[in-house]
Ligand binder design. Sequence first.
Ligand code: 13P
Ligand code: SF4
Length: 366
Amino acid sequence: MSEQAPNFPDSTSDRLASDTLLVRNYLASVPVKNITGESEQQQYRRDIAALLKEKKAVLVAHYYTDPELQSLAEETGGLVADSLEMARFGRDCEGDMLVVAGVRFMGETACILSPNKTVLMPDLEATCSLDIACPIEKFSAFCDQHPDRTVVVYANTSAAVKARADWVVTSSIALEIVEHLKARGEKILWAPDKHLGRYIQDKTGADMLLWDSACIVHEEFKAKGLLDMKAIYPNAKVLAHPESPSSVLEIADVVGSTSQLIKAACELPEDTFIVATDQGIFYKMQQLAPEKTFIVAPTAGNDASCRSCASCPWMGMNSLQAMYQSLRDGSNRITVEPALAKKAMIPLQRMLDFAAQHRMQVKGKA
Ligand code: 13P
Ligand code: SF4
């Protein structure tokens, strides 16, 4: 392809170093969270459950959040899900308030899709490296340079970036939407995750111009370590999120969104899985397939003191204590400026309509 992606740090290690520095600086600037004992945790759970009821609020949590939050969402009639399902459920559920345990783009999406609900998050600083690496000014300039391309953005972006896009996709539905656009003869401008973009490009053969950024968690998975691990567990299947580097995806038996990986873990006959995504997902995998063994894919070299650090620092900012305080005080309300929300709603709605239609077609075939 003759067109060029924007001029970011040209080596992966430069970018990774700057992303890592960003996270370190951020973590150094936030107060250390209190580590709560078991009874204190139980108290928070009870208090949060009571507040949810009193405020007609629903708790929606991502699979990467702390198991305490995932189980609380389930116990209180909320939902634990991938980012697509979180958006859909948040929009459709009854109630006056949504508590989103996840990262900022998930809260913003809930806000855009449910303008009549109050949306709270345990910590408004919980963001995502992909969102950070795709600032609206640069992104908009990039789009302006390629007016002939359909702009497709990953859900892990700000409301402003979504408002500049033709389509929003999540990893659950990105392949199908790009296939659909390719069949219509459209050329695509894709942002921000280059690994997911490249994976879709390889799978669909679509003409895609890729923004150059990555998830700091998934980018750490190592093909060499994975091959070594496969040698130790020869019967294990490898499950990988498509935000992982292509060298890892090539080894994987199943590549998919968080919900697709959980489904594969349940449905495949194997009893051992090496999983290349955030470790929070193990809670749901183990709950649905208690007899199976799940091993976290390696992110570190042989000499490292820990085998894997597959844990999103921003997802980790969601705590019971922060959730309790936010619900009690009505603090950490997330808002999106109405004119921006109206614009961002268009590509989000397109995705949800496509998902509803696609599900119907799949059902129709069965
Ligand atoms: P899913 O859409 O698969 O839940 O992924 C969200 C995410 O942030 C992955 O890192
Ligand atoms: Fe963003 Fe990666 Fe965290 Fe997902 S795991 S929220 S892509 S930083």
